[in-house]
Write a protein that binds this ligand. Structure first.
Ligand SMILES: [Zn+2]
Length: 190
């Protein structure tokens, strides 16, 4: 990135803050943003933005600089398969709603007791546990799918456990807002 990418970087940084709110005042946020910019400046903005997608889909809190660096794809688009039309449409729709959707009432979700929770679009993984990537509009993306049933329940169990852990370590009891992230309210369809 160069200083010409500062605006695009600020947008990427703020996109993460929408999903993972930071407890910091305006001056602190600006300071953090400069630190993160420096930590990520050796990568092109396009790859920094792809990392935001990955972190939004799979993260549980605002990433540390090193975590953001790790999420930057090493390689460009070599060997990646383009998403087909229906996959691309699903991916774009998921992205537009911060990878969350209306609660699902399918048999799997009913059995797992998750019909009261928002659906989540989660990263697709290969047999090694690595995220599967593809090309969307010529750019590499992490491929995803909508989790249902036990998988969706486990996603929330992991995130709720993290929320109560970080609330405890901050000397607070968990509040509703730390269990239900703001993005879920934002992305609820009007
Ligand atoms: Zn379902």
């Amino acid at each position: 990135m160069t200083s010409a990418d500062a605006v695009a970087f600020a947008a990427a940084f703020n996109a993460l803050r929408v999903v993972f709110p930071l407890r910091a005042d305006k001056a602190e946020v600006e300071h953090l943003q400069r630190l993160y910019f420096r930590a990520l400046s050796r990568f092109p903005i396009e790859r920094v933005e792809i990392a935001v997608e990955t972190l939004t889909a799979s993260g549980t809190r605002f990433p540390k600089p090193a975590e953001w660096v790790r999420a930057v794809p090493l390689d460009g688009s070599r060997g990646l398969r383009p998403l087909d039309d229906s996959e691309a449409a699903e991916h774009r729709a998921a992205l537009a709603t911060f990878y969350q959707g209306d609660p699902c009432y399918c048999v799997l979700c009913q059995h797992a007791g998750v019909t009261h929770r928002m659906r989540r679009y989660v990263p697709m993984r290969d047999d090694d546990g690595s995220e599967v990537r593809g090309l969307l509009d010529g750019r590499p993306v992490t491929r995803g799918y909508w989790a249902h049933g036990v998988e969706l329940r486990e996603y929330y169990e992991a995130r709720d456990a993290f929320a109560s852990l970080s609330a405890r370590s901050a000397g607070r009891t968990p509040r509703a807002s730390s269990v239900v992230p703001r993005a879920e309210q934002l992305s609820r369809p009007a």
